[in-house]
Design a protein around this ligand. Structure first.
Ligand SMILES: Nc1ncnc2c1ncn2[C@@H]1O[C@H](COP(=O)(O)OP(=O)(O)O)[C@@H](O)[C@H]1O
Ligand SMILES: [Mg+2]
Length: 512
């Protein structure tokens, strides 16, 4: 059943309201629909569905063939923590979320798309927005720094190697843990913008880090999980951009699945196998209802091999077209604002540099800098981040250490890394799933409960209650423990005259 109506606004936009007669989800074949409606350019046809309802729109021209360039104004966060990232086909702005002031939660960001779809440019848009809004950004640009070159010097920390990315994640976990201890001692249970900066850690081409065969697959998966679990309430967000989003290729973990379900997900041009995976993994329920994004806006005409007149060279591409799946209109085709030149340039893009602006990027607050001031390798990495030579040497040393620890543990570096059990769909990121991430990374030994409690007390600036200690211990990324167990250990540690823990007040504990 379908009714047609025309709206004379732009002359010829035609909207068909359709619904499935039996109340089933609408499916359709784009090419067949174009043919039926006599539409030569598939870019003029937009379909949006919601369950058994659908809108079929035929525009006089492709409404997203051109989008304007981004300005710094577009990128200033509104009071809901959003910036303008592009436009929907109907001209409405696409407001993407950088932060959620209503819950104080740091966000998780996911960009998915095939090569050339516009992931790195979309990421660049966000990185510029982060700098403008005073967010402290760490970036791992895993194509040797080629994907987002203008970010160098415009983010607090940038790495370009797999080792660098792992060290960055480790340091991020330390910042999150230290903030957690600090906030818990202050009795603060959510992040408040305006005090400490948000810290966003982005990894472009994260598939390189997490795919099978990557020596850091298990470790990086675990660190990303930990960050997405502990970072939310302490203003540490994480962003991943990847070509494929098969969970199996991404370390296969429930937390990654949860991250994609609850995060800010933008889906750029995909391949049919990518879409199958996304739907099969249960990440994208609406997957089958999305109108695919073609590679170019060329009209679909059959051309004979003798037809020399057909020249595709100036047919506009579809880079930057996407679905903002977490937005209010997930099935509505949108396009990101233009960031810099579309044509390749011989060097850094001056337009992009101007958008970042000349000021220094936001740095971490003093307390987090202190938390990063230690002799662990991740602390050294942060301290050496602006010294390319020293950083490269440190990464080589780290790569060696990981190789050696794997060989020692009887696992060759190419042994399949342990994928997390992926069959129990526990999407609650706050609950510990108790799963063991297995061996393969001797760099993060599990601490015993007394050790963990002492670490919490060591970081505390004031005496803490058993409940606060328990909460902080449970936030350190290790196995979850009950209050009873924490009390028992506290009693044990504070019982002897010169034990490591004292009780400065009723129900309060501190390091002796
Ligand atoms: N928002 C955008 N503004 C300007 N150019 C874009 C945009 N998105 C994509 N492009 C163009 O498409 C090309 C590929 O985009 P890129 O972000 O490198 O894709 P991916 O990272 O998905 O491989 C870029 O080099 C650029 O020319
Ligand atoms: Mg890229």
């Amino acid at each position: 059943m379908s009714t047609a109506m025309t709206r004379p606004a732009d002359g010829l936009l035609t909207v068909f309201k359709v619904e499935h007669p039996e109340g089933k989800a609408i499916t359709y074949d784009r090419d067949a629909l174009c043919k039926k409606l006599g539409v030569d350019d598939p870019g003029r046809l937009i379909v949006e569905t919601q369950g058994y309802h659908g809108l079929v729109m035929v525009y006089p021209h492709n409404p997203l063939a051109q989008v304007r360039a981004v300005t710094r104004e577009d990128l200033i966060m509104d009071r809901h923590g959003r910036y303008t990232a592009g436009f929907y086909h109907n001209g409405q702005p696409v407001r993407k979320r950088l932060f959620d002031p209503s819950t104080g939660s740091a966000q998780r960001f996911v960009l998915i798309g095939t090569t050339g779809a516009g992931k790195s440019k979309t990421l660049q848009l966000q990185l510029i927005a982060e700098k403008i809004n005073g967010i402290c950004t760490w970036l791992a640009d895993l194509k040797e720094g080629q994907s987002v070159p203008e970010a160098a010097g415009n983010v607090d920390w940038r790495v370009t190697s797999l080792e660098g990315a792992v060290l960055m994640l480790m340091a991020g976990v330390e910042v999150a843990k230290a903030r957690m201890r600090r906030y818990s001692a202050l009795g603060r249970n959510a992040f408040v913008l305006g005090d400490d900066p948000l810290l966003h850690i982005h990894i472009d081409e994260v598939n390189r880090l997490l795919e099978r065969g990557s020596p850091y697959r298990a470790l990086a998966t675990r660190l990303i999980k930990e960050l997405s679990r502990t970072g939310r309430s302490v203003g540490v967000g994480i962003g991943l951009a990847a070509q494929a989003f098969h969970l199996e290729e991404l370390g296969g973990s429930d937390t990654l699945r949860a991250m994609m379900k609850t995060g800010e997900v933008t889906l750029l041009r995909w391949t049919s196998s990518m879409m199958r995976q996304l739907v099969a993994d249960g990440i994208l329920q609406i997957g089958s209802q999305l109108l695919p994004i073609p590679e170019t806006l060329a009209p679909t005409v059959l051309r004979s091999p003798f037809d020399v007149a057909g020249d595709d060279s100036d047919v506009p591409g579809t880079q930057g077209m996407a679905y903002y799946v977490s937005g209010p209109r997930p099935t509505s085709l949108m396009r990101h604002l233009r960031v810099g030149s579309i044509a390749p340039l011989p060097g850094l893009d001056p337009e992009i540099l101007a958008l970042y602006g000349p000021e220094e990027p936001r740095r971490l607050e003093e307390a987090s800098l202190q938390a990063l001031d230690g002799d662990g390798i991740e602390y050294m990495a942060y301290a050496l981040r602006n010294d390319d030579g020293a950083m490269a040497a440190l990464c080589a040393q780290f790569a060696d250490a990981v190789r050696t620890s794997k060989t020692k543990a009887g696992r060759g570096p190419t042994a399949p890394a342990d994928a997390d059990a992926d069959d129990h769909a526990n999407d609650d990121h706050n609950s510990e799933d108790g799963e063991d991430d297995g061996g393969g990374d001797a760099t993060l030994p599990p601490a015993s409960l007394p050790e963990r409690i002492l670490a919490v007390l060591k970081a505390a600036t004031a005496p803490m209650s058993a409940a606060a200690i328990c909460e902080a211990v449970n936030a350190d990324g290790g196995r979850q423990v009950g209050l009873g167990a924490v009390r028992n250990v506290l009693t044990r540690l504070s019982a002897p005259e010169n034990g490591p823990v004292t009780r400065p007040g009723h129900g309060l504990y501190a390091l002796a």
